[in-house]
Design a protein around this ligand. Structure first.
Ligand code: AVI
Length: 340
């Protein structure tokens, strides 16, 4: 790990502990495709192109999540500023490219901003843009996998309240058990009274949910297939993404949207020196997106040591933004979400 100034405007912190990122990617890809049923880790969606495609998803008419969350942040900006307080350190999980963090920065006027992202190039670009647009803000970038325990870089642990901003219902991409571990890790990183402002998608009608993950322009399908394009380009696989169909549906029993890539035909693909067979119609499970009731999410956060302080919704009550504070005692020690 190293902590060194990146540019005059942004201080860069390398908290990426993996020695060989390419090997991890290959190992995970092989483990997923040898499993029955087949799976792929959604954390690999977010290379540069994947991050761009995700930004494009957020502007699709069917994908209500982004607009609903932005509406809450805009309408409730002064209430949010009041609970967060002055001179805060805002820690954003995921890059600072979205409009949401700008709304928040303008309302809360924190002293420090720390962007945390696994996609190094995207992180650098987005934090440099924030530093240019908000010259009064002390901008830091941590290249880190926030699914592992993190620490606050020195210099950011003093002053006002540290507040983690975890927008977009990204918490929904973890199983409830892993979501609790992730929240426990965040609680361990924060001092008592530290804040967590978190966007959570609410459970709702099948039709609205399924349309959000099956946009007519096919952007979500392209985002899903980009994972296989990465297997092709970065891992040297001969897999043809076009031979896989995008499928997304509500699994009501599990309270989640599932995304899959379904093989259009019986085929064999090469990966890492192996030949991996697919039946026609066999799927690779690529993502879960859990949806929560307000009470269920408060219970989950309470188990990780967070006490509910405020809760806001958009006018259509599609989306929730919770504000929690870390309690004074914690049950859990930091733990990696990734086994092994
Ligand atoms: C990042 N995450 C919250 C998105 C979601 O809605 O689960 C990722 C996504 N997958 C398909 N569309 C958007």
């Amino acid at each position: 790990m190293s902590e060194a100034p990146m540019t005059s405007a942004v201080c860069f912190h390398d908290q990426h502990y993996t020695l060989d990122i390419g090997q991890d990617f290959l190992d995970d890809a092989i483990a997923g495709l040898l499993n029955s049923p087949k799976w792929a880790s959604p954390k690999y969606f977010y290379d540069y192109r994947g991050s761009q495609l995700f930004d494009a998803i957020c502007t699709q008419p069917e994908y209500y999540l982004t607009r609903a969350e932005e509406k809450v942040l805009t309408d409730r900006a002064s209430e949010i500023a009041e609970v967060v307080g002055e001179n805060a350190t805002l820690i954003e999980l995921g890059s600072g490219a979205s409009r949401k963090v700008r709304t928040l920065l303008e309302a809360v006027k924190p002293r420090h901003y720390l962007g945390v992202d696994i996609s190094r190039d995207f992180l650098i670009q987005s934090t440099e843009r924030l530093a240019a647009d908000y010259p009064w803000l002390d901008v830091h970038a941590a290249w880190a996998d926030f699914t592992s325990p993190m620490h606050l870089p020195s210099g950011l642990d003093a002053g006002g309240r540290p507040v983690v901003f975890f927008p977009g219902s990204s918490i929904g991409n973890f199983t409830p058990a892993l979501a609790r571990t992730l929240l426990s890790n965040l609680a361990n990183m924060l001092p008592p009274g530290g804040g967590l402002l978190i966007g959570v998608d609410r459970m709702k009608d099948r039709e609205i949910l399924e349309q959000a993950y099956n946009d007519a322009a096919g952007v979500t399908a392209a985002f899903n297939r980009n994972l296989l394009t990465r297997y092709e380009i970065e891992l040297g696989s001969d897999i043809d993404p076009e031979q896989f169909e995008h499928r997304a549906f509500l699994n009501e029993a599990e309270q989640r949207i599932e995304m899959h890539l379904v093989s259009r035909k019986a085929q064999t693909v090469a990966l890492g020196g192996l030949r991996i067979p697919f039946d026609a119609g066999e799927s690779i499970h690529t993502e879960n997106s859990y949806k929560y009731s307000d009470e269920d999410f408060k219970t989950l956060a309470a188990h990780a040591g967070f006490e509910s302080r405020a809760l806001w919704h958009d006018p259509d009550r599609l989306f929730s933004v919770h504000y929690f504070e870390r309690g004074s005692t914690l049950e859990f020690l930091p733990e990696s979400l990734i086994p092994g």
